[in-house]
Design a protein around this ligand. Structure first.
Ligand code: ADP
Ligand code: MG
Length: 248
């Protein structure tokens, strides 16, 4: 085996020893993880366990009390040095994905793009084709269904080619009937883009469907980490068994 193959790639995203307290209570408790480009990691755990706070610190909209964040091996945030959120090359998607109502679908997707108009237009068209919404390019958000708006929001988040995509319960506002289809489409599109995905969910089923790796979180800590099948078939303790027993 050559030396090269033994050296793991520098992770796209690495967080080390992240801690956050609110009112003296530790809600994120020494969380470390790495994600490679092209991978989807699901941060899975019950409501209130600290998932969103972890994501918000990576996005830079919440400060950690201690810990470091690295992108492609470069420090972007510790307790003294901090790259501002808008310069982190991070795409965000939340449950409340709120498109700009007064902007066309094209302008929504182009919103975070810089550069020549023709290039921006080409990127917008490329993404709208991928999410199968090119026919709505000049429509406005209110003319689209919830599922369609969600796909526009995905296109908008991916348009500037973010190095990292952070998604916080992005499908929970959607109708059950639509959800599986949109999860699959979203996953396919994420895999085509060169990005590392951290997807937060409290639904084991969603993590099983979408993750390359699951990081199981409880009381502010990552208690288990691994491929979905392994985490599901070899839960580490009774609490993990109980949590996964929701899946039908
Ligand atoms: P999750 O996303 O897993 O549901 P959160 O990260 O949103 O969990 O919250 C973790 C804990 O931190 C919860 O108990 C929540 O009430 C608390 N918390 C989150 N944000 C704040 C805040 N700004 N001020 C005080 N407590 C907060
Ligand atoms: Mg949350």
């Amino acid at each position: 085996m050559s030396f090269d193959t033994q050296v793991p790639a520098v992770p796209r995203l690495e967080i080390r020893n992240m801690v956050r307290q609110f009112d003296g209570r530790t809600v994120v408790d020494d969380v470390s993880m790495t994600i490679q480009a092209g991978q989807v990691t699901c941060l899975l755990g019950p409501s209130g366990c600290g998932k969103s706070t972890t994501l918000r610190m990576i996005a830079g909209v919440e400060m950690q009390d201690s810990g470091e964040i690295y992108v492609d091996g470069k420090l972007i945030c510790d307790t003294v040095f901090r790259v501002p959120p808008e310069r982190r090359e991070i795409g965000l998607m939340f449950q409340d994905f709120a498109l700009f109502p007064h902007l066309s679908v094209a302008d929504n997707v182009a919103f975070g793009l810089k550069g020549p108009k023709a290039e921006k237009r080409a990127r917008v068209e490329e993404l709208l084709r991928k999410v199968d919404l090119i026919r709505y390019i000049d429509e406005f958000p209110h003319q689209l269904s919830g599922g369609e708006q969600q796909r526009v929001a995905l296109a908008r988040a991916l348009a500037p080619r973010p190095r990292i995509m952070l998604m916080d319960e992005p499908f929970s506002g959607l109708d059950n009937r639509l959800r599986d289809g949109i999860r699959d489409e979203t996953l396919a599109l994420l895999k085509e883009e060169d990005t590392a995905v951290l997807l937060v969910t409290h639904e084991p089923e969603e993590a099983m469907r979408m993750a390359d790796e699951i990081a199981l979180m409880r009381d502010g800590k990552i208690v288990q980490r691994g491929a979905p099948y392994n985490v599901y078939t070899r839960p580490r303790d009774k609490a993990a068994v109980a949590f996964f027993s929701d899946i039908n």
